[in-house]
Design a protein around this ligand. Structure first.
Ligand SMILES: [Zn+2]
Length: 475
């Protein structure tokens, strides 16, 4: 089987064939850097990270672009309130985004174009739209895209034309009377005094102003892939489901009206939402929803990745204390097996080769099937159970098994615990509980001792009482 992807454009699972194999151009909409990115944003970025890693592991040469939106209404308002300019406002948040990305082990994109650095390509794009009549200058001096002059509008979101309202209202110029049609969206906003104050206005032949939100992705993608790959159609464009309409619909309209091509991207992929809720969560999640908050809380990135990949990217996912805890246990279990595999490394035993081969096949098949990460992760855990059993029987894993293990747990999913942080904490907790169990046994309180043993067993800790003391390992 080769890679099959669910294409939002056709609502079908289709075989993935790039325009210029083995090269793959991947464009993913990045954060608006006016604040710290929410963990829900990172669910999308993690789905895209897995896509990127799987494409790479499948032999494709991926060129990944992620834009940074560094000019929009919220940024302008915030910069005004803080009496600074937009560049000063966003800089620390761009750095923070890179830090969060590294914490979550997300592979860096090949470039992170900032909207304000691509004003010239955006102006060129708007000029051509004005020239070919798909855009017009409104009475307020802003430039609008004329949806009525682009028949393919609505194809991605599959909304009926009558249902197409004015788009994301807060992103559209407030002056509805300036537009020819209420559904038209703004591509260039005429400069206001408050934009000038925070340095969010640029000269253009069609009037001083600033880009509409959708314009940057079209201009950057066309400019960068045109320059590097010599094409103006992307292989894959990805983002969160909330971007399908109007953002991606509008990107398609602008881009295709500019290039004259029928498509802007061959594949459109969209990740579902992350819900943050749960019983005990009000304290943690009431105000802790950024990646750095989870990091400050000592949550291992391996656990967060495992939790995210435990659900299909097209399914909603709940983030709860329990699910996070369970993912942490799962990650530690993987780390523990990795340690055991290395310790018992030797000439490959046949059962190990068989078990690893089974994991390889299952993971490959499942990921090729529209990135079915939960099924692939389940295959890794099936291997964990089998491998622990084989190790208990004295079987040795060889180079091939260790290579498979490394491939899935590190290269593709990257879900092993960070040994510098959470693992040390887990070990400390387990050692403390074992000391309490030892004390209970010495005072002949076997009910308490057994209670601790059962509690640890439920958390995946296997206890072995040996002549040289109590030993433990994670199941
Ligand atoms: Zn975008």
């Amino acid at each position: 089987m080769t890679l099959q992807i669910f294409n939002t454009l056709t609502r079908r699972i289709e075989p993935f064939v790039p325009i210029q194999p083995p090269r793959v151009s991947l464009y993913t909409c990045g954060p608006t850097v006016w604040n710290y990115a929410h963990i829900g944003n990172f669910r999308t970025f993690l789905f895209e990270d897995l896509l990127r890693r799987w494409l790479g592991a499948s032999g494709f040469d991926v060129f990944h672009i992620m834009n940074l939106t560094d000019v929009d209404d919220r940024i302008i308002k915030e910069a005004g309130a803080k009496q600074t300019d937009i560049d000063q406002l966003v800089r620390p948040y761009i750095s923070a985004f890179y830090e969060d990305r590294d914490y979550l082990r997300i592979l860096p994109a090949h470039c992170y174009p900032r909207a304000t650095e691509f004003i010239a390509p955006m102006i060129r794009l708007v000029e051509r739209l004005l020239a070919n009549g798909t855009a017009y200058r409104g009475d307020d001096g802003s430039v609008y895209f004329a949806i009525g002059r682009f028949p393919a509008y609505g194809r991605l979101s599959q909304l009926d034309r009558r249902e197409l309202k004015t788009g994301a209202s807060e992103r559209v110029s407030s002056d509805e009377y300036a537009k020819e049609d209420a559904r038209d969206f703004v591509v260039w906003k005429a400069a206001r005094p408050e934009d000038e104050l925070v340095k969010a206005a640029w000269d253009a032949p069609f009037g001083r102003g600033r880009p509409g939100w959708h314009l940057e992705c079209s201009a950057m993608a066309l400019d960068l892939i045109g320059e590097r790959l010599g094409t103006d159609v992307l292989d894959i464009h990805a983002g969160g489901v909330d971007l399908i309409f109007p953002h991606h619909e509008d990107e398609i309209a602008q881009s295709c009206a500019f290039t004259g091509q029928p498509d802007f991207a061959h594949f459109w992929m969209h990740g579902e939402f992350l819900n943050v809720r749960g019983t005990k969560m009000s304290k943690r999640f009431g105000n802790i929803t950024t990646a750095r908050d989870l990091q400050a809380d000592g949550i291992d990135a391996g656990a967060i990745r495992l939790l995210m990949f435990g659900s299909h990217y097209r399914s909603r996912l709940d983030l709860t204390d329990e699910s996070l805890w369970a993912a942490g246990e799962g990650s530690r279990r993987l780390g523990e097996l990795g340690r055991r595999l290395r310790e018992h490394r030797g000439p490959e035993s046949a059962p190990f080769a068989l078990a690893a081969g089974k994991m390889d096949k299952a993971c490959t098949d499942r990921l090729d099937d529209d990135l079915d990460a939960p099924a692939a992760v389940a295959a890794v855990f099936a291997f964990v159970t089998e491998a622990n059993r084989l190790l208990d029987h004295g079987d040795h894993p060889g180079t091939e098994t260790l290579r498979s293990w490394e491939r899935w747990t590190t290269e593709v999913f990257n879900v092993l615990p960070d040994l510098r942080t959470a693992d040390a904490d887990a070990a400390a907790v387990i050692e403390a509980r074992l000391a309490e169990r030892g004390a209970a046994k010495r005072r002949r309180d076997f009910v308490a001792a057994d209670g601790i043993r059962d509690e640890l067993a439920a958390r995946g800790v296997v206890i072995e009482d040996t002549p040289s003391g109590t030993k433990w390992r994670l199941r």
